[in-house]
Design a protein around this ligand. Structure first.
Ligand SMILES: *Cc1c(COP(=O)(O)O)cnc(C)c1O
Length: 454
């Protein structure tokens, strides 16, 4: 897309008179659709950006025509939303009591989770307000693995935690939060008079797809009075997949779980969720009352605006998620994720079999981080250049990520249309792009990785 075309979109003024809506179709066909991120394409392997499921596209159009707000009052779409929350909880292996809300995505769900944890912790100590609030809030300390998504620290900043109260606990050689290091950090902070209030685990780390140890963290949280939030924006539904389920033992005991149907299930973008086994905690944090907003019936269900920051909320997320889940069924969800796992295994095998490439990390969630073997060890800028060349050539698309503090290539599987042929295409494109840097030699160095997010 040319710079001029983009500038035109940004700078075109609003005409004085209106135009026929018919022109909108041409506008989208000519100016918008050809210049999307490209994540509808089966050879798009960057980030965790799935293509939209047709059921979700249709449902969004229908829900926006109904245009009910899923915040207050009562309407069928609010019950649809409550129903989808229950379905997600069931897929994720959370208890029947679970409630929650749909969100714009994983970042917003993580923010709601940390705000809920903070309110739960302080009210539990009797310091929800007054002088004890000031004293205790300043000592709140948050734990997460060094592999956690950056939305966790962003959420911490939003609820008023300063950087010196955040603990990025080291991950082990498989990129999983090191629970011994977590225990040591919590003990040291307790000894120093601080207030450890929450640990965030990640189910499916963004860089390499690792799943943090759940039961060890829950045990520590129970013993020390912390909230356990699991960020499963990508991998929150692993319990529904037999091959992954052993890693999810104990997931039903977390205090809250983020899932992102717009990543894992191809619901059109704008659909995340926060699931809370005891939804009362969510209501304690977010049910603020106002005289102009009162439920009609005394026995009305809690409004969804009482579980989140938003008041007027779209029904599009709920119906798009409902339609996608109903279309897939439980078996379809499992098969979809298994499809990604199978392709990722194939991709990792192909990388391992190719002498000019070296697999560095990836799994159990479907991702491969790899480097090009190159004279003198491949430099960071080589991988940035190769990714750029692949992107510009336009036949496949992948991104880079930091692994072991080095920039390497990252390919992620989250497109239901991707096939083995697309994997071969990706490898051909990467090798072709690397050829532009001169003849290869097989010099291999290996090391452990510390990946980063994006
Ligand atoms: C993508 C991601 C997020 C953020 O979710 P958005 O929907 O992009 O806001 C949070 N945590 C993890 C682990 C993620 O992969």
């Amino acid at each position: 897309m040319s710079t001029q075309q983009r500038a035109r979109l940004r700078e075109a003024p609003l005409p004085r008179t209106g135009a026929e809506l018919g022109g909108l179709l041409d506008f989208v066909r000519e100016e918008i659709a050809p210049y999307s991120t490209g994540n509808g394409h089966p050879a798009f392997f960057a980030w965790v950006n799935s293509p939209p499921a047709p059921a979700g596209i249709i449902a969004e159009l229908l829900a926006s025509a109904v245009n009910a707000t899923c915040g207050m009052g009562e309407n069928a779409l609010m019950d649809v939303e409550r129903g989808t929350v229950r379905m997600l909880a069931d897929l994720a292996g959370l208890p029947d009591s679970t409630g929650g809300v749909l969100t714009s995505g994983g970042s917003m769900a993580n923010l709601l989770a940390l705000a809920t944890a903070r309110t739960w912790f302080l009210t539990g100590r009797g310091s929800g307000d007054g002088p004890t609030y000031d004293r205790d809030h300043a000592r709140l300390t948050l734990y997460y693995s060094a592999q956690a998504h950056m939305s966790v620290t962003k959420a911490a900043a939003c609820i008023g935690l300063p950087a010196h109260r955040l603990r990025a606990v080291p991950a082990d050689e498989h990129d999983r939060l090191d629970s011994a290091a977590l225990r040591a950090a919590v003990t040291a902070d307790l000894d120093a008079g601080l207030l450890p209030f929450c640990t965030v685990t990640t189910l499916g780390t963004t860089a390499t797809g690792a799943v943090d140890p759940l039961t060890e963290v829950t045990d520590l949280c129970r013993r020390t009075g912390m909230w356990h939030h699991a960020d499963g924006a990508w991998g929150g539904l692993g319990a529904a997949v037999p091959a992954l389920a052993p890693l999810y033992r104990g997931v039903g005991d977390v205090d809250s779980l983020t899932v992102d149907p717009h990543k894992t299930l191809s619901v059109p973008v704008g659909c995340g969720a926060l699931l809370v086994p005891d939804p009362e905690h969510l209501h304690t944090a977010f049910a603020h009352r106002a005289s102009y907003l009162t439920a009609g019936e005394p026995d009305a269900l809690p409004w969804l605006s009482h579980a989140t920051i938003e008041l007027t909320r779209p029904g599009t997320r709920a119906l798009a998620l409902w339609a996608t889940l109903r279309h897939l069924g439980r078996a379809g969800v499992t098969t979809l994720i298994e499809h990604y796992l199978t392709l990722a295994d194939q991709l990792r095998d192909k990388i391992t079999a190719q002498p000019r490439l070296e697999l560095l990390a990836g799994g159990p969630w479907p991702v491969a981080c790899f480097r090009i073997t190159h004279p003198g060890g491949a430099a960071d800028d080589l991988h940035a250049r190769v990714a750029r060349r692949v992107q510009v050539a336009g036949r496949a698309y992948l991104a880079t990520v930091a692994v072991n503090d080095r920039t390497v290539l990252r390919a992620c599987l989250c497109n239901y249309r991707t096939t083995t042929d697309d994997l071969d295409l990706l490898i051909r494109e990467v090798l072709h792009a690397a050829d532009a840097d001169g003849p290869p030699r097989s010099s291999r160095t290996s090391g452990r990785h510390t990946a980063d997010d994006h």
